[in-house]
Design a protein around this ligand. Structure first.
Ligand SMILES: [Fe+2]
Length: 172
């Protein structure tokens, strides 16, 4: 009986030894997760409830592109700079000489949703895509891209993190 017990103990020890690297990995993972959580908590700024109503006078021409009007949705202000969201109206007709310039955005996240019209773009590694009303796409950080064409009535919703992201022009 004693022998059987010690056999069981020995077996349990073996299993424990075998498991230990996994446990160590799980511990390290939990530690990393904890650190990431703490970093996120440190970075997170208080957010406030914000509403943006549709008003024609809020479409401004002093944004990134001269051929576009931007309506800021107040997200940058409400999130303490975490993200920016704006509606972009592209002014037609599209002039590829002005518009089709390769560039990239230094951002952590960027997605675009087509509210109206169509837009065609080139995306490095993904090729040429025409997006229509209701389509959406994600632009991974620093993907090189350019607008090739858009319809006169093209309207987009763009959400980018962080709110003060930078743009690098690769063609002038
Ligand atoms: Fe862009």
């Amino acid at each position: 009986m004693a022998r059987a017990k010690s056999k069981v103990r020995a077996r349990a020890k073996k299993i424990e030894v075998r498991r230990s690297p996994v446990r160590a990995g799980a511990k390290a993972k939990a530690k990393t997760k904890g650190r990431a959580k703490a970093a996120t908590a440190k970075r997170a700024k208080p957010q406030k409830f914000a509403v943006s109503r549709l008003r024609e006078q809020d479409f401004k021409t002093d944004g990134l592109r001269a051929y576009a009007q931007y309506r800021d949705l107040g997200i940058n202000d409400a999130t303490g700079g975490l993200a920016v969201a704006h509606v972009i109206r592209l002014k037609g007709p599209c002039d590829p000489k002005e518009v089709s310039k390769l560039h990239l955005h230094k951002a952590d996240f960027q997605m675009i949703y087509v509210l109206n019209g169509t837009i065609t773009g080139f995306f490095e590694g993904a090729g040429v895509h025409t997006m229509k009303t209701g389509d959406a796409w994600l632009q991974p950080p620093s993907i090189k891209h350019k607008v090739l064409d858009y319809s006169d009535n093209c309207e987009l919703l763009e959400i980018v993190l962080p709110g003060n992201f930078k743009t690098v022009e690769l063609e002038t």
